[in-house]
Design a protein around this ligand. Structure first.
Ligand code: 13P
Ligand code: SF4
Length: 307
């Protein structure tokens, strides 16, 4: 603990000296999330904060695609990530060249892309979505393009979960989140048997039978809102392990139980490398200007959709 306290105090001092803000994703460990994060939230919320902030430097306490999204929305700012290896199995499942191939197979259909993608893929996209707004975005795109099918990439499970909630046809890709694909209906059955009163919340990157067995499905921010608004006595969060620890810090009296899986990419970010990041101004995330321009259109379209 003394070492953590020392690092937190050093980071907070460096932030002021560098005119920096730290955007911390909901999957950061609690000492990052509660100790040094200036803005905390889901991937979309953090990108919006990046654009709103007038700090010169953004430190992305999250994974690489999130830092790229911040750069796309705030090209004039210096965007740093404490470890360049913090990737994502969804983002690495598809390239811009793959998207061009899909487009040539389905000419005239809009491409809706989950934000968990590289800037290269966003540049080939008509509109982005998050797990919080995917159904709304898909329906908007179908109407706007005057078609009855859309391309929704790269998460196969998110695509199936959206398909179950809309009449718009979905053309999907084979990407998966290595963390959420491991949850099963048996995990939920065990929890129901052991804790009959518990409310079970699951992230839309889980397989569809897991979501069907849960009480609520939503993005990391939607799960937080759900618990804060309803204050159930016991909650199971079918998602990354730090999520429950972070929400627990804000809702005393709610008991968090059940299985979780660690994201090895998110866990590359530590207090130590956040300190080093601010001390040495490393590692800068850059995106080529033409990709920023094209990717920004896709992200901004999503942000501008009415709620
Ligand atoms: P959210 O957009 O819900 O924060 O999800 C990001 C993510 O990486 C989930 O695995
Ligand atoms: Fe990617 Fe899954 Fe990790 Fe989120 S939890 S960053 S989707 S691998």
């Amino acid at each position: 603990w003394p070492e953590q306290a020392r690092l937190i105090s050093e980071i907070n001092r460096l932030k002021r000296e560098r005119d920096a803000v730290i955007l911390a994703h909901n999957y950061m460990t609690p000492e990052i999330f509660h100790g040094v994060g200036d803005y905390v939230g889901d991937s979309l919320g953090l990108a919006k904060e990046a654009a709103r902030s007038d700090a010169k430097v953004i430190v992305q306490a999250g994974v690489h695609f999130m830092a790229e999204t911040s750069k796309i929305l705030s090209p004039e700012k210096t965007v740093l990530i404490p470890d360049l290896r913090a990737g994502c199995s969804l983002a690495s499942s598809i390239t811009g060249a793959d998207v061009r191939r899909i487009k040539s197979r389905y000419p005239g259909l809009p491409v809706v892309t989950y934000v968990n993608t590289t800037a290269d893929v966003k540049a080939e996209t008509d509109i982005c979505c998050t797990s919080a707004n995917a159904v709304q975005v898909v329906e908007w795109a179908a109407k706007e393009w005057g078609v009855d099918r859309v391309i929704l990439i790269p998460d196969e499970y998110l695509a199936r979960n959206v398909a179950a909630q809309t009449t718009v046809g979905i053309i999907a890709w084979k990407g998966r989140c290595e963390v959420h694909e491991r949850f099963t209906v048996d995990d939920i059955a065990e929890m129901r048997a052991a804790y009959p009163g518990a409310e079970i919340l699951a992230h839309p990157e889980c397989p569809e039978d897991v979501l069907a067995a849960a009480d609520f499905a939503g993005s990391t921010a939607a799960m937080t809102d759900y618990v804060e608004a309803r204050r159930p006595k016991q909650v199971v969060m079918i998602t990354e392990c730090s999520m429950a620890s972070n929400v627990a810090g804000d809702v005393p009296g709610v008991q968090f139980i059940g299985p979780c899986n660690l994201c090895p990419h998110m866990k590359r970010i530590t207090l130590q490398n956040i300190r080093d990041c601010l001390l040495h101004m490393q590692f800068e995330v850059t995106v080529p200007a033409d990709m920023i321009e094209r990717g920004r259109l896709a992200v901004q379209r999503m942000i501008d959709l009415p709620p």
